[in-house]
Design a protein around this ligand. Sequence first.
Ligand SMILES: Cc1cc2nc3c(=O)[nH]c(=O)nc-3n(C[C@H](O)[C@H](O)[C@H](O)COP(=O)(O)OP(=O)(O)OC[C@H]3O[C@@H](n4cnc5c(N)ncnc54)[C@H](O)[C@@H]3O)c2cc1C
Length: 485
Amino acid sequence: MMTQEEYIESLRNQKKEVYFMGERVENVVDHPAMRPHINAASVTYKLGTEEEYEELGSAISHLTGKKINRWTHIPQNQEDLVKKAMMLRVAGQITGTCFQRCVGMDGLITLYSTTWEMDRDLGTNYHERFKRFLIDTQNNDYMTDGAMTDPKGDRSKRPSEQQDPDQYVRVVEEREDGIVVRGAKMHQTGAVNSHQILVMPGAAMTPNDADYAISFAVPADEEGIVYVFGRQVNDSRKWEGKIDQGNAKYGVVGGEALIIFEDVFVPWERVFMYKETKYTGKLVDRFASYHRQNYGACKAGNLDVLIGATASLTDMHGISRASHVKEKLSEMAHLVETMYSGALACSFNCSKSGCGTAFVDPVLANTSKLNTARYYPEVTKISQDLAGGFVATLPSEKELDNPRIAPYIHKYYRTGENVDPIQRIKMGRLIENMTGSTPIIECMHGAGSPQAQKVVIQRSINWGEKIKFASEIVKDTEEPSEVKR
Ligand SMILES: Cc1cc2nc3c(=O)[nH]c(=O)nc-3n(C[C@H](O)[C@H](O)[C@H](O)COP(=O)(O)OP(=O)(O)OC[C@H]3O[C@@H](n4cnc5c(N)ncnc54)[C@H](O)[C@@H]3O)c2cc1C
């Protein structure tokens, strides 16, 4: 396993083509826009290797028997799924933001069982290839970017019906030694600081979409791969100072990028699904359940930080003893624990697939993500209510170096004798960082927009059974006699 520092250093060896703000970025590791996200991802390595956390952050590989980082582990039982959720909450508490490595983790878990099922049904050898890739990933402790979301063009049309055929990643050439792929994946969390990219189809495909029904892995700095790092609200504060960023160490959300595949060659050894349209829906649904499990846990961890920042401001503002304040803080905690209970519940209520992988309960996992999309903004609203308007109107940290203004900042932002005004400003900025638009949009659309969870719930619930429960209860209830009717 890699330590936190080794992970960061390992990224220096890569030769990726990365662009940000119209310019090529040669050094991703030290770039102010990217470094906080790298620090956040490095926490997954901290959890795997430091004694305090390794009970959650590491696991024993069922393939090699070696100790590995849990972010590369395939859950074998209920305990593994529960530990996955617990690990995510702890990582969320340390970073206060997205630590990026779970999309790749869920891609590994999903492809393990999907390739096994394809081989069982079709006599292919995807699973053996995938196992070799997985062992390599575990042995080297690679960070994997889970690349599922295509640009998608017109949402009402299938991949093969799009005006531009590259709106979904597809195979454009088949060779004896491999395939050539073209297209793009959007919103890729942690892409510029991953070691490899694991591409999966982003939708269920019909036979006409065969060229799009592909899954493969490539080194992140493979020739022909271009990264465009996305902008975030207030990101220029990253190169202006520290305090105003709110979370200078770990940033905000995952540092997403657009990945463009300019006719990239993939050897057969790294192709894990090829034109298997029948298995795409299963793969997407399964991935979504594992990934939606996470949201109830990692965002709970993030919101633990937000509750802490809010509670500390209520102390500094002298309002913490008011009953409405206590009530609102407990409402925040109640919503957060509700999110987390879903992540745990779907882990406890798991099942086993044919190849031995433990699978979360899909309805409970989807419920947990839907709760996160609904409750995260609720919790941020209460935080903003309690924190007060100064969060939106604070002067720049540069005033602290301005001899004419600095004494006034200290004077007017001090709320009490024992209150450090700078600490108050830092807490305010942290709340601003966590309650702004980017994290809220992430909770809405990350792991799929809310409607996607509702669809799973609608089609999974046994409505007939529920009607039967109700009918059973009323069946013996005495009916009015004919006369009374
Ligand atoms: C911060 C962040 C990080 C992310 N990280 C990753 C990542 O690491 N890897 C990855 O692969 N993806 C990632 N995603 C992508 C995420 O999974 C998608 O954003 C999500 O699936 C929604 O897709 P979309 O953004 O294209 O929105 P759209 O699909 O355009 O959805 C917008 C709205 O349109 C509706 N809609 C969509 N299609 C239809 C239709 N056919 N008919 C009717 N209504 C429709 C939806 O219900 C929704 O209300 C990330 C997203 C965010 C915001």
